[in-house]
Design a protein around this ligand. Structure first.
Ligand code: SAM
Length: 292
């Protein structure tokens, strides 16, 4: 993974952004989310198709519940920022890809400094696309190029002037599964060391069973193989049911964990309390607080 992202744009960043662009154009209320900037990062052909034929594209995307997971994750993290932005003076987005929250929520985050970390090639492409569309970059947004596997996050945080010991928000969306356990341990230790009490981390992870490829379903097998094919292999997971133990190593305590059942109830449940779509059951989204 680290070599690939040094050499070319992250394909998984493009794919997740493509999903958000589709979700933005769709009229179906269950699938609709608000990332109006996602289309600017995608090719004109892709945008033409998803804008003109959103229902068709949605049906195509919604096979196996991966798209539903992406839509739920986007909505959940958007809602969290909308409702909690005032609590944080610093927002750090690790593996930001084409995340546009620094711009979309700028009025809510104008008091905060926002740090976006990503592999240099992907980050440069993002900056150039934003500039090419004359989108003003907020003055409180700092872009920090990094390869987490090869470089020290702590050094980058020091260089960027991160203030320790104040409440910060860390977002790692769609990142953890691509890093080695050693890199994850280093990143979480550094986050723990740099964040003040009541800092919050929002991240998602895959279950270790998917990484082990043991007793996996056809869909899980396909996801694993596709990731390997595009060179962004799935290598890190946490055992289902063991998130609190994982967090306690880094002095974080769980606020809430959203597995597929919870996400289905929250985002794909109709007025009759029926679940109208399935969310793939291989990830969880975690919101946790720094406890000391
Ligand atoms: C699936 S994408 C998610 C992007 C974004 N957070 C989102 O949800 O749309 C994974 C992101 O992690 C970044 N990434 C993966 N491995 C990395 C590494 N070793 N160093 C820096 N960034 C990395 C990729 O460049 C990519 O932007």
């Amino acid at each position: 993974m680290s070599n690939k992202i040094n050499a070319k744009i992250s394909q998984t960043a493009q794919m997740t952004c493509g999903g958000r662009a589709l979700s933005y154009y769709t009229k179906d209320k269950y699938y609709k989310s608000d990332d109006y900037l996602a289309p600017i990062f995608m090719s004109p052909f892709f945008v033409f198709i998803v804008k003109r034929f959103p229902s068709f594209a949605s049906r195509f995307a919604a096979k196996g519940g991966g798209y539903e997971y992406l839509v739920s994750r986007t909505k959940l993290i958007d809602e969290f920022i909308k409702n909690n932005s005032k609590r944080f003076q610093q927002v750090l987005i690790l593996g930001a890809g084409f995340d546009s929250r620094a711009i979309r929520f700028n009025s809510k985050l104008s008091h905060a400094t926002i740090f976006e970390f990503d592999a240099p090639i992907t980050q440069n492409i993002k900056i150039n696309k934003l500039k090419g569309k004359n989108i003003k970059l907020p003055s409180n947004l700092k872009f920090i190029p990094i390869n987490f596997t090869e470089e020290s996050l702590a050094q980058k945080l020091d260089e960027a002037g991160l203030k320790k010991e104040i409440p910060s928000l860390y977002i790692l969306e769609g990142l953890t599964y691509y890093l080695t356990p050693e890199t994850i341990n280093t990143i979480f230790n550094q986050i723990s060391k740099y964040s003040g009490k009541d800092s919050i981390i929002v991240f998602d992870y895959m279950y270790s069973s998917v990484i082990r490829q043991k007793n996996v379903s056809k869909v899980e097998e396909r996801i694993y193989q596709n990731a390997e094919k595009i060179g962004e292999k799935l290598i890190f997971g946490i055992e289902n049911g063991k998130i609190e133990q994982f967090l306690s190593q880094y002095k974080f305590e769980l606020i809430e964990e959203f597995d597929s059942n919870k996400l289905e109830k929250k985002y794909f449940c109709n007025e009759k309390q029926e679940i109208i779509a399935s969310v793939i059951g291989i990830h969880s989204i975690v919101i946790a607080r720094k406890s000391v």
